[in-house]
Design a protein around this ligand. Sequence first.
Ligand code: 3HC
Length: 692
Amino acid sequence: MTASYEVRGDVAVITLENPPVNGLGFDTRCGIVEGLQRAVGDAAIRAIVLIGSGKGFSGGADIREFNTPKALQEPSLHTVIRDIESSPKPVTAAIHGLAMGGGLELALGCHYRVASAGAQIALPEVKLGILPGAGGTQRLPRVIGLQRALDMIVHGAPVRSEKLSDTRLFDRLIDGDLLDGAITFAREIADARPLPQVGALQMNEPESAQVIQAARDRVQAQATYYPALSRCIDAVEAAVRLPFQEGLAFEREQFLYLVQTIESKALRHAFFAERSASKIPGIGPEVALRPIRSAAVIGAGTMGAGIAMNFANAGIPVCMLETEQAALDKGVATIRRNYENTLKKGRLTQEQLDKRMALISTTLDYAALGQADIVIEAVYEEISVKEKVFKQLDQVMKPGSILASNTSTLDLDRIASFTSRPHDVIGTHFFSPANVMKLLEVVRGKATAPDVLATVMSLAKTISKTGVVSGVCDGFIGNRMIEQYVRQAFFLLEEGCLPAQLDGAIERFGFAMGPFRMSDLAGNDIGWQIRKRRRTEHPDMIYSLVGDKLCERGRFGQKTSAGWYDYRAGDRTAHASDEVNQMILEHAAALGLQRRQISDEEIVERLMYALVNEGAKILEEGIALRASDIDLVYLTGYGFPLYRGGPMFYASSVGLDTVLEAIKGYASGPNAHAWQIAPMLEQLAKEGKSFH
Ligand code: 3HC
């Protein structure tokens, strides 16, 4: 049983004991009901306190039970709440740490609520693509008012308990020991009758129509992709419009609808993917982490400066090294400008800016970095340049210092071999802009020590990144897959598409940017360099020459005001380019290709399935630890639509047999050579299984 029962004189205490967050799974629900029955049946008990053990009251319903029979197995959360509400003895919820989702709904079903200051109070269900399904949309507006309840339910963000002390949510804020305070409170109200019920409170909201309309207007743009947004508002509106019991029934209907939507399944998948990524088989809590109290970055270009900002933001002193003072000055100026922009937007104070700038130092001398706990190399992507840097680092860095490379494609094991301590070498592949993008691919070389890997994964959290472990291969997880996606995009240009049509299809699918707009932003010359190298290393890999032709015209993207699209000075808007479109037509004609009309569906399938097929190979080779890691890479680093859950989840939701059939079709069409079907995909499809 994951709820315990104890008697303190005339008060019964039911304690939720389901670590880590007292999720309200079946066992815990049974424990609450049993405790309640014991307390009601014991004539010596006058009042009941419901409290959480560990870090909080409750994180809500057990999400792992969703879409399983256990979720509905009685006693359901509704039954538990109904039993509490109808208890003849007063039940007081005592809240500390957190009360979220079903946890807050459970507390709202109690007759009274007391709380410690600093508790995180939230109905975050919307972030999982659902709505509060155990009365939250009906009860919360009754105690904190329509506007505040809408804000909490539609955005899902936590509010600290003391900020709600002016509402009817809490009957008392307790200083000192929460349980003692709650028992004292419970004794004070033990004989008061009738017992208060939140559901009996009247909603008095004369401005409700305007408030609700304003909420609808705010979510309109997103609501097509995230159906929970408008249904949250519908349910809160029902609290105003309908009697309490009917409102509850309406909320239930919406919950049952949302919980089976693919969007909700995708969001829940992303929630667990994020938490699984930090679990590395064979590396447990017994592995001691190396302390990271100082950092160094080699290179003060856009990437190096962005990486340095992450350390300064986390309060870790960081020193940047360059070969020339002018480059250092430029890097520092970039950082200052970035912070000043954040300050202008009101997201940073002058004091914070000064503090962060003070944590950043510069040097031209390798010896000055020697004592740093971690050094990250962010220099030009060329193995001979990396060799020079790592040989120098090997000379100057203290024993135990972590030597990291920000390489995005090069062989980390080769880089490690330039040092006498390959076990201290690791890849930290940041994504541009490095101070903004969440993803950090943590590349584990064949010699990387477990404590180095564990330390860098923990560091990822410290600097607010999502760390995902990748093995060593060309491009690691993200770029190795994107290469296949871009190859398909180029072939589609030859076969009949133009950049705007292709980008449009991918953006309507949900990507933040299609491949051509993205490439114009990142710089078309980067891909060009990579293709040149790949053609020598892998002569069997065929690439369309259309991207090279673009670069030969000096159309490197936004930085040259010309790429796949035309750009006007000071404006990032992409305008279709007659010159480029003509170039594509001429290129196709020179190849003797008969261009054809290509549907959005084909564009999406070819690009997505190219990702999936390569992802399956990456999984099979053990480069990624799990399919959800691949999804996380794409959700946090490549603008993959969150509501589709990442490429591998998307493929599983389409059905791997359907994906395989489509790939087989493309593998017998033009550019068939680009499709070598992943054996794992074939195997799973044959067995009717998915990646997850
Ligand atoms: N159900 C099942 N497991 C949960 C959970 C939940 N509601 N909330 C957290 N967990 C698990 C996590 O998966 C993780 O498991 P792991 O150790 O095996 O990886 C563990 O608890 C710790 O979670 P975090 O790493 O996220 O811990 P933090 O301290 O950083 O954060 C938290 C705690 C703020 C509670 C965060 O976990 C969170 O946001 N949880 C989700 C809360 C939520 O959405 N609640 C609503 C659930 S839906 C609901 O209640 C429906 C109802 O309306 C009917």
